[in-house]
Design a protein around this ligand. Sequence first.
Ligand code: B1M
Length: 649
Amino acid sequence: MNSRERGKLILEHKEADRVPFDLGGTVLTSIHLNAYRKLRETLGLPEVEIGVMDIFQQIANVDDDVRESLSSDVRNVAPRSSATFRIEINTTDMPGYDFFHDEWGIGWRKPKDGGFFYDMFDHPLAEATSIEDINKFPWPDPTDPNRFVGLQERARMVAEDLGELVILGGLSAGVVEVTAWMRGFAKFYPDFVTNRKWLEYLMDKIVELKMEYWDIVLPMVGEYADVVQEADDVAGQFDLLISPEDYRTLIKPRHKKLFDFIKSRTNAKIFFHSCGAIREIIPDLIEIGVDIINPVQVNAAGMESKALKRDFGDEITFWGGLVDTQGVFLNGSPQEVWDEARRRIDDFGPGGGFVAATVHNIQANVPPENIMAMWNALQEYGVYGENNAPGRRPEEYWEGYPLVEEKPSLVSQSPDIMPARAMTREEAQALAAKQGTLPGVLAELSESVISGNKTTARDAAEMALAEEIEPQYIIDEAIIPAMTEVGSRFENGEYFLPEMMASAIATQECMRLLRPLLAETGAKPVAKVVIGTVKGDLHDIGKNLVAMMWEGAGFEVVDLGPDVPGGKFIAEIKKGEVELVGMSALLTTTMPMMRTILGEMESAGVRDRVKVMVGGAGVTQEFADEIGADGFAPDASAAVRVARNLLGK
Ligand code: B1M
């Protein structure tokens, strides 16, 4: 049985000789250049010039000798750039960074000093306001023949000569992703609340371009296409990033249109990538024709392997989920990695419908011993035989292995044990009663902030000032309670990123008006705080939310942005007045930077002057304790309470 036959059986939910393995078959199941170099050494393979599969993520083009050694079953067939576009890296014009703009006009940069990735810094539609702005944008041409040069022959070669499973790459990232990247996250999410029609128009444009592309590729590649790849990150660690309703009304119809189009032109399976906690929308994805989900982030809320297989295993293939790349893969021993892999194989493997791959790309600092432990476990447990098939091994087989139930959970942070809490009934009643007694204009302001309308919020704040209500009173009686309510709705799962960000922007709009007046009256903020995402990490959506919530709670916030080295935090502390430092990190490769920065603060003699709070997906209370931070918060709303507690305010 060759790789292609194996893969096709598995995708039909039938058992093959073994569970197929994917390393390097897609830009989502590959390996960072640094980890790849070490893996080659461990495999005893010669030094070679390593090709880059994806410049943004700095992942390797997995060479044939590694594929052979590890029996990888999948190969990517992807388009080339258009004839008119070449990436040109500028190494001189941005101090500290190398940068370039891609075909969509999105700017990407990588820190010269120790940067692991290219990250977005420029969003071509950030300032766009009208439909006209979308229409006149110089969109890439999806039908440019240059993209398709050699594509058909490569697909034939992979399918026939190599006998591997063919996965066809798309024109670009997903509909939601390209929309968000062109707009910038800070505007994209609030657009759901305040600019919906425009957003829909932009998404439709991207769907259209994608269909034009698939319209050419699918007939061209024909029967060689086994899998077609699409993506869209719609979830974070604990929940969807947008509400299920927004997914169903705004995004699902567009996904459906695209997937129907693809299905009308091929029998290939649709592979859909979304990170995070997507359980709630898996039935929707099945309904609109998704056959395969990836990366199956098994440590995100609701993504437990056994339950996923039980509930959706007949209808969907799990491509990923073999090892949790946020926890055990990096921090665990080879034995723990082995245990995790064999557990996932036993959960996902029965009856086919499982392509083994790590949860997303293998990150830069994963030790090669752990990669080999995962792979060895797959060789032993991923074999379909009478008594040796995943999920069907006799009890005695596991003698000597710790049962999963008996082991301490490697996932220490779960929504169930979050210290965060929503408002109590009494607090909610007190807030409602207070709102009832507020002057009309403040009730209106409060309502505008809660519903995320920055225009009416600012109007109401102006009217309140015209009625000679003190700025501090406006903040204390209308804005802070409104943002408390917003935080509470977020914790309760009623509000998602769009609603929360729209409210925070409404608050910022009011604060821009009120802050100078506060300064005039000599009123003091609750405290001065500084926040940043640590060096090497560009994830800033969560950090921005924390900053906005702090601001809404009356703190004066200095936001240092993403990619912040210790020196910048220290310089802020040295200016005096700062009482709290907040650090955010979302990557296992950058979490250690928090410890480094704490050490730098110590050496600079400023650690004792401030409290330090940390957070970000993957950061836990245990991690915070271990590195000597003073506090941790699992979400932006809790971050307000923790900050107040730490500062005794
Ligand atoms: Co990336 N990414 N990403 N990503 N990304 C994650 C984090 C990942 C878990 C996905 C996965 O594996 N399935 C994974 C990390 C895995 C690991 O570390 N082992 C990952 C990776 C690997 C990467 C890249 C390397 C590319 C890749 O290979 N995929 C690359 C690295 C870029 C870099 O930083 N150098 C990358 C890039 C990107 C995008 C640019 C595409 C985009 C970020 C855009 C941006 O932020 N400007 C992105 C996104 C969107 C994600 C996911 C899907 C969502 C993150 C998010 O915004 N969540 C994420 C999947 C996941 O989280 N499971 C993923 C919503 C946000 C509100 O939540 O930030 O957790 P969060 O913040 C929360 C709390 O954590 C808390 O409050 C916030 C609000 O409630 N909080 C604090 C945050 N900071 C706090 C500070 C505090 C207190 C609380 O006190 C100071």
